[in-house]
Design a protein around this ligand. Structure first.
Ligand SMILES: [Zn+2]
Length: 404
């Protein structure tokens, strides 16, 4: 009898634990892709790959949806620089479209918040598109409309290095950036925000300077997002947000998507020094001038030495990551936080190294005492609320313009 009961209870436990994860609609607001995405079989998410995000990893980890990112690094503010940036951006837009065309049985495009929910109901994953670095606009504000038509639903105004739109939280040494270029947003940057509001593209203040972030929040007629940033009070890094900006985002009904990027989760100087030395070593080894993230992190020597660094100076844990989220919840409440990985762009912490480990985040939230409703908000509802507000604002504006 006791034998029967034992297995009976195990069976009941297993049946009950399946919906624990499935009931949450999970959304990761920042997933980077390489330039040869879909062209190189190693970078085709339909295959079993070494990328941190592919379909089978998403399925294993229960990751339902993500913003796939059209990222282009900052370079010179010249016509030539702008032209090249746009070409690079178009490669990534095409790659994401190619993924959606090749695997309609697996992944569906998300052009509005409801598409994310509908895909989950159909048992499929979904992909939305975000732009990282408004640099790709050059001086042509009308390009925003083209990018919207290609599916872009948020745009990070800048990246590392100031651009024509905004000052960055980290000036780029190789471009001889001064501490500030515009004192926050440029005049063009202010026009860009207004156009984004009009089109229904979310304004993303991750990566920009504190001044620029405050100006953007104030200027934007719709709520803004921080697509991948954590709390500066926990880890004092310029990429993280100070309390006053967190409060301003919340006051305007926006959302902060806490990011699992190790050096923003925890300041660990010894680890950073070890990584910097490794980068110099790889640059010398390959004969390149500077560290090229995508190329050099795939170097076998880099991988071996990175494993040693991870052993000697361990990555921060999921618990430390949740500390950032807790901090923001305590500061402004449960309605203004979400989650991002930055996988493919340097993200990854101990316990969430790739999309297959996504359930660890849900478990950690449950362990911290967050209710099911709270976790639903954290995993997607807060973000989808902002996206809906931004979309509705745009519709209202276009109606006004028609009646004007
Ligand atoms: Zn980033």
């Amino acid at each position: 009898m006791s034998f029967f009961y034992k297995y009976f209870f195990i069976l009941i436990f297993l049946l009950l634990s399946i919906p624990v994860y499935a009931e949450y609609l999970t959304l990761d607001s920042h997933i980077d892709i390489p330039f040869d995405y879909m062209d190189n079989p190693k970078h085709d998410p339909g295959n079993s790959t070494e990328m941190q995000v592919d379909f089978s990893k998403m399925e294993t980890g229960g990751l339902d949806s993500g913003f796939f990112i059209v990222y282009v690094g900052q370079s010179n503010l010249t016509d030539e620089g702008f032209k090249k940036a746009k070409e690079q951006a178009m490669l990534k837009f095409s790659a994401i479209h190619k993924m959606l065309q090749k695997y309609p049985d697996k992944i569906l495009p998300a052009l509005e918040p409801d598409d994310i929910r509908k895909a989950k109901e159909k048992g499929k994953i979904s992909a939305a598109i975000g732009i990282e670095n408004g640099y790709i606009l050059g001086n042509n504000i009308n390009l925003l409309e083209d990018f919207y038509d290609l599916g872009a639903r948020y745009m990070t105004l800048a990246h590392i290095g100031h651009n024509q739109i905004s000052d960055s939280s980290i000036p780029k040494k190789s471009l001889n950036d001064p501490l500030e270029m515009h004192g926050g947003l440029s005049i063009f940057g202010k026009q860009v925000i207004s156009k984004m509001n009009e089109l229904g593209i979310m304004v993303d203040i991750s990566h920009v300077s504190d001044k620029a972030a405050l100006q953007a929040i104030q200027l934007s007629e719709a709520p803004v997002i921080a697509s991948h940033s954590s709390a500066r009070a926990i880890a004092n890094h310029p990429r993280n947000l100070p309390d006053n900006i967190i409060k301003e985002i919340a006051n305007n009904s926006g959302v902060i998507q806490v990011v699992a990027f190790s050096s923003y989760v925890e300041i660990n100087k010894e680890r950073n020094n070890a990584i910097n030395s490794l980068r110099k070593f790889i640059v010398n080894l390959t004969g390149d001038k500077v560290f090229i993230y995508r190329k050099h992190t795939e170097n076998p020597q880099y991988k071996i030495k990175m494993d040693e660094i991870n052993r000697d100076f361990p990555l921060p844990s999921v618990d430390q990551f949740i500390d950032h989220l807790d901090y923001i919840v305590n500061l402004v409440g449960i309605d203004y936080v979400g989650i991002s990985s930055d996988f493919g762009g340097g993200g990854g912490i101990d316990g969430w190294m790739d999309a297959s480990q996504t359930k660890n985040i849900t478990s950690a939230l449950l362990k911290r005492g967050y209710s099911k409703n709270d976790i639903k908000k954290i995993w997607s509802e807060n973000f989808l609320r902002v996206w809906t507000d931004v979309t509705n604002h745009s519709k209202k504006k276009s109606k006004q313009n028609l009646s004007d």
